[in-house]
Structures are given as structure tokens and as C-alpha cells.
Design a protein around this ligand. Structure first.
Ligand SMILES: Nc1ncnc2c1ncn2[C@@H]1O[C@H](COP(=O)(O)OP(=O)(O)O)[C@@H](O)[C@H]1O
Ligand SMILES: [Mg+2]
Length: 151
């Protein structure tokens, strides 16, 4: 099973609930456990909110989600100013605010934050998926893992 969701949206706060709901609907459809969906929604909200708040020059931004039978990979990319030098330092976490990156790091099973070559920032978040018993995602996982084609 492979699900790809790709969105390009204006850097407007109204985009965040739209993205969250679209991805959540896909995860509900395949039966991802609620606590995993909650983590994914929170990570996504932090990454998108950062674009809205901090990526000043970016008119639009992109969100891609790749869902396979065992993980969800999110990529949020803007073409704003990129990270200031101290944004990822531990000291930054002691300041007021500044918890979004820590929250994403705590919830994700893998995270990469990188300035893009030309301009802007890319945040990549990985989350291992767990399914409710008898969920469609479990069944599709078994078929895919056996290498059988659907008839
Ligand atoms: N998309 C982005 N573009 C530019 N800077 C960013 C972006 N995301 C995060 N940052 C920088 O990283 C800092 C830390 O982000 P975060 O931990 O979410 O804290 P907060 O958003 O509360 O400031 C931000 O204050 C900002 O300087
Ligand atoms: Mg933030």
C-alpha cells in the first residue's frame, strides 16, 4: 500500500486545518491507531505553523505525505528565510516559546530539518504506523508483504 498526498497552499493559517483534516481522513480510512494519528496531526501542525509564523518571504508552501504500510513520511517545505543559526541549539529550548521543534523531535521516529539549496526550509518527519486490529491497513500490509498482486 502506498498513499501519496501532495498539497501546495498559500502561507495562510487557514491552510493548517485543511492539511490536517485531509491527512487524518486518509489515516482514518486505513485504520491507523488514534494515538498515532494524534501525534502525526500535532507534528504536522507544528511544522505548518512554523511556516506561517516564520517563513516570511514564502508566499506558498508545500506539504507531501507518503504513507506506506509501516510508516508515514511528512515533508513540509517553504521558500522563506530558512532557520536562524541558533534555532536548533539546545539553549534555544530554554527560552520562552520555541517548543515546536522539540515537540516534533519528541513525537517523530525520525526528523530532518534542512535549509533548501536555493532558499527556504524543509522539514521531514517520519512516524511508524500502528493499525487497529482488523484495520484495512493491516490487511493491505499482508497482501503487499507477500508480494502478491491484487486480482
Ligand atoms: N519554516 C521556518 N522558517 C524560518 N524559520 C523557522 C521555521 N521554522 C522554525 N523556524 C525558526 O526556528 C525557531 C524555533 O521554532 P519552534 O521550536 O517551532 O519555536 P517557535 O515557533 O515557538 O518560535 C523559530 O523561532 C524560528 O526562528
Ligand atoms: Mg513553532
Amino acid at each position: 500500500m502506498e498513499v501519496m498526498i501532495a498539497l501546495r497552499l498559500p502561507r495562510d493559517a487557514a491552510s493548517v486545518p485543511v492539511i490536517r483534516r485531509m491527512l487524518n481522513a486518509a489515516l482514518v480510512a486505513i485504520g491507523v491507531e488514534p494515538r498515532i494519528r494524534d501525534d502525526i496531526q500535532l507534528m504536522l501542525a507544528e511544522a505548518c505553523s512554523n511556516v506561517i509564523r516564520h517563513a516570511d518571504d514564502s508566499v506558498e508552501y508545500a506539504m507531501e505525505a507518503e504513507v506506506s504500510e509501516d510508516q508515514c513520511v511528512l515533508k513540509v517545505a517553504d521558500d522563506g528565510c530558512g532557520l536562524p543559526d541558533d534555532a536548533l541549539s539546545p539553549a534555544c529550548g530554554l527560552a520562552e516559546g520555541g517548543r515546536g521543534i522539540q515537540i516534533m523531535r519528541a513525537l517523530a521516529d525520525g526528523m530532518r530539518v534542512a535549509d533548501l539549496p536555493h532558499k527556504g526550509l524543509s522539514v521531514r518527519l517520519e512516524k511508524t504506523l500502528h493499525f487497529a486490529p482488523d484495520a484495512p491497513g493491516e490487511r493491505l500490509h499482508t497482501v503487499s508483504a507477500n508480494g502478491r498482486s491484487p486480482s
